[in-house]
Design a protein around this ligand. Structure first.
Ligand code: ADP
Ligand code: MG
Length: 676
């Protein structure tokens, strides 16, 4: 399975390189590169019975010839026939066709029969010599992901050469599980996906592979949990008087949800078993104060706490918030900011304050905190805008500190329950499912291209009032294939035309970190009126003065993602506006209507999961992504079955090492999920 694909028959250097582009390097990668879809060409019909649509025939080639119609357009035409009649075949730009085809030989031919302007033909058919093992025709033909210069047909051929090897693979799940859950065998399912004999076979195979995926994911999570439960943490006792006086001095009343979550956290950190908890709450639900209250207990006990943010800017904002919040109980001097851009003297001073124990709540970016801090007394780590803290990072910290810190992660991405239980099975989850009172729901509107000009006028009035606007585009630069506007194009239009009297900034992922920070802080401080960006702003900063979120090419975003973006302008009691710009008037708006009508992040996330699959929620473009190949995360029965199988596996004390293929999968899951 770990063999390089170049060792395979039919895979030379060129093909190997192209497969590499798609992330396929080993035989295992190849085998798990399941078809994206299938074309059913399994039913052979007589030529006389051909009707428009996909057809497969077995016929003799009577004549075939190719010619250039004009420069760049080559046409090959053939006539083939069987006992019942003959039919025309047409290929575009396949000049090799005619030479490669033997007249009078019997071929399988599969393709779409089209009737156009009096001319009828099977267009661009697949064709191969009739045999008992057809690859591209006369069967349910798998369609694989393609890349430039690598066609599905090539992958089919490589897979065909591999079929015998697949047949010899051992079972990779415990046999009692295969039996109990009535799964098809490992081999059956792999063959069923790559060489299906029927559509039913595909379904059965998918079920088994989906089970396996969820099983491995659950196992990965459960093993982490088990390991975590064995670790020792510093118990942080609950001090009621302190908590009460902190709450009393807040400028607002805590929501019931905040109270509940804070209580869950206090219960956890009292124990010497490390907490591993994720707080899920929409943007603006008030996670910061929850973090502050957790940190408060730890530092007042004389321990250290760390608050890690994904960006420096966010870290700075957190430091300010924490300073303000803790001032009321006289603990603000314990806050220290640790980010890369501090001047050497400032940095030195920060480290001194940490070393002397004067500063105990360390706020910064991941890298800075985990590398340079003396962590002997680190009792609590809070990670903001992250789903979890990676396994490896945890192990590192544990080694450094001599104990395992309590972990609290906070995320604004609503994650549907089934998904959360599966991929975050090692975490306890708290929901902040209530917004502070007085928030006005963001006014959300779908806007078609012809309404744009009027909208821009409306927006300018709002900007004139001193408000600010985010603009989010699906792409950085122009693309030939996608018609939607890129951030660069919008930026150009705004600065040169539409909003040339305003100050406009451009922010995207290709900028260097310090450039990003600079532009972001200019926007945050009000120096810029408009920030044109890609989704990099999704995770983020608090700019209460920004009241407009404009989403270009809205149909290209997931619902959960738009909801996240919208949250950026829902942070104060002022009215926020979210405009969803469609690329063209005919673009599908049905899905987006849901977001016009609902402000419930969880509901939208569920819907997203149903429509787009888990990658959409998890952000497939970033690393740390969850890349489920087959499992359908809305299939609750499958998920429950696979999870309970994983529980049994652990309970029975089964050894993962006995199942090397499974172990590899589990390990991969732990790596993937921990990068994030
Ligand atoms: P997020 O969950 O997005 O991190 P924040 O913690 O930044 O949200 O809170 C958003 C705003 O709401 C802040 O200005 C904060 O002071 C305020 N806030 C938090 N909790 C409450 C509450 N219970 N009542 C009123 N305002 C609150
Ligand atoms: Mg926050």
């Amino acid at each position: 399975m770990d063999r390089d694909i170049e060792t395979l028959k039919g895979v030379g250097e060129t093909i190997a390189k192209k497969l590499g582009v798609m992330g396929i390097y080993t035989v295992r990668d190849l085998i798990y590169n399941f078809p994206r879809r299938y074309e059913d060409y399994s039913v052979l019909i007589p030529v006389a019975k051909i009707t428009p649509g996909p057809v497969t025939i077995e016929a003799q080639v009577k004549q075939i010839k190719g010619r250039y119609v004009r420069r760049g357009l080559h046409i090959t035409e053939a006539v083939v026939s069987d006992k019942t009649g003959s039919v025309r075949l047409v290929w575009f730009n396949q000049p090799y066709r005619a030479k490669a085809t033997k007249t009078d030989s019997l071929y399988f031919i599969s393709g779409n029969f089209e009737m156009g302007r009096g001319k009828q033909a099977i267009m661009n058919p697949n064709m191969e010599l009739a045999s008992s093992f057809p690859i591209n025709t006369a069967r349910i033909v798998p369609v694989y992901r393609e890349t430039k210069g690598l066609k599905s047909a090539t992958i089919r051929k490589v897979m065909a050469n591999l079929a015998e090897d697949i047949d010899k693979l051992p079972e990779n799940l415990p046999t009692n599980i295969v039996k109990e859950y009535e799964l098809s065998s490992h081999v059956q399912s792999l063959l069923g996906l790559h060489f299906p004999g029927s559509t039913n076979e595909i379904e059965v195979a998918r079920h088994r592979q989906g089970f396996e995926e969820i099983f491995a994911l659950s196992l990965a999570a459960l093993l982490v949990k088990k390991e975590n439960d064995r670790e020792k943490a510093l118990p942080v006792p609950f001090q009621e008087v302190l908590a009460r006086s902190f709450v009393k001095k807040l400028p607002f009343d805590l929501t019931d949800a905040q109270r509940k979550v804070i209580w869950q956290i206090y219960k956890d950190i009292e124990k010497d078993k490390p907490m591993n908890r994720m707080v899920e709450g929409d943007v603006g639900s008030g996670k910061t104060v929850v973090a502050a209250m957790a940190a408060l207990m730890a530092i007042s006990e004389g321990y250290q706490a760390a608050l890690m943010a994904p960006t420096e800017l966010l870290a700075r904002q957190h430091a300010e918030s924490m300073y303000e919040l803790l001032e009321s109980v006289g603990m603000h001097r314990e806050v220290v900011l640790l980010v890369g851009s501090l001047k050497p003297a400032e940095k030195k001073r920060a480290h001194e304050r940490i070393a002397s124990g004067e500063a105990k709540l360390i706020i910064g970016t991941h890298a800075v905190i985990s590398e340079k801090v003396d962590m002997h007394k680190l009792a609590l780590i809070i990670v903001d805008e992250q789903h979890r803290f990676g396994v490896e990072q945890r192990q590192k910290l544990q080694k450094k500190a001599g104990h395992m810190p309590h972990m609290l992660s906070m995320t604004a991405t609503p994650i549907p329950r089934t998904l959360a239980l599966t991929i975050y099975g090692e975490l306890d989850i708290s929901l902040l499912d209530e917004m502070p009172p007085g928030r006005k729901p963001v006014k959300t509107k779908i806007v078609s291209p012809n309404e744009k000009a009027r909208l821009y006028k409306e927006i300018d009035t709002e900007l004139e009032r001193g408000k600010q606007m985010f603009v989010v585009c699906p792409l950085i630069t122009e693309s030939d294939t996608l018609k939607t506007l890129s951030a660069e194009v919008v930026y150009k239009d705004f600065t040169e035309k539409t909003f040339k009297h305003r100050k406009v900034g451009l922010l995207h992922g290709k900028l260097k970190a310090d450039e990003k920070e600079k532009i972001m802080s200019e926007f945050a401080s009000g120096k810029l009126d408009i920030l044109v960006a890609t989704t990099v702003i999704e995770v983020g900063v608090n700019v209460p003065n920004a009241s407009i979120m404009l989403v270009e090419g809205a149909e290209r975003f997931g619902l959960a993602q738009i909801h996240q973006l919208r949250g950026r302008v829902a942070r104060s009691t002022e009215q926020g506006y979210c405009y969803l710009l469609m690329t063209d008037s005919s673009a599908p708006t049905r899905r987006l209507r849901a977001i016009e009508q609902s402000t419930d992040g969880f509901k939208l996330a569920e819907l997203d999961l149903e429509i787009r699959g888990p990658g959409a929620i998890y952000g497939r473009s970033q690393h740390g992504q969850l890349d489920l190949r087959v499992a359908n995360l809305t299939d609750v029965r499958l998920i429950n079955a696979a999870r309970s199988a994983a529980h049994d596996f652990i309970e029975k004390g089964e050894k993962l090492a006995k199942y090397p293929e499974l172990a590899a999968q589990v390990k991969e899951n732990q790596l993937v999920t921990s990068l994030n």
